[in-house]
Design a binder for this molecule. Sequence first.
Ligand code: MG
Length: 257
Amino acid sequence: MGKTGYDDTPMLPDSPWQVHDYRRPLPPVVTPGTESSPTQPGQAPSDAIFLFDGKDLSGWTGRDGEARWQVQDGYMQVVPGTGDISSRERFGDCQLHLEFACPAEVKGDSQGRGNSGVFLMGLYEIQVLDGYDNPTYADGITAAIYGEYPPLVNACRRPGEWQTYDIIWTAPRFSGVELVSPAFLTLLHNGVVVHQHQVLNGPTGHRDVYAYKAHAPTGSLKLQDHGDLVRYRNIWYRPLPAPEGCGCGCGCGCDCD
Ligand code: MG
């Protein structure tokens, strides 16, 4: 096959390539997965890295070393009092998929109902809660960036039903102790966009505001033991390269480098 592009076109801005450059590498081929349904887990794309494939917790650590949550029927469930668990795998910018279910039997209210949490890099919590017909403070509802930003809408399924988070995460950048660019989060809850490239103020926390503190460019995924019998399954990620363009990683096309 001959050239499938051009070499007599203008240079693209901030790029080593020309428009339709025949030398520009084609993207790698990935076989897409399938969507999950409230009853069936989805199938991951071919290049996904599994953090939990439904079999065991060998990829996780707990408070005293071993992760002590319960694994059965392809999911893991919080064992209250055993503590949060963290992935052995550490990663930065990524696409992350996970599925969770809050207890079918409704107990408690507000923050005391089906509470858990997904902490990116161990520091930045996306709230997991049974938020179906369960009033609580807005920045603590399901899919909130906890203590910072409520989701755009409440897309919760009923208690006991499996739900999905599809996360696109841009890690914060540091130079020494200085913050170069903050973290950004895009989140789909059950296929509905609930955060769109939302900037984070800093690490999340309870009843306080926390400033960014320099940390490594990769970190573990942490899942929270908040004392409720929340389940997780089908947890995988795909590492993402820094966005092309300005190169600062913020993805906004700004000129900050
Ligand atoms: Mg929580």
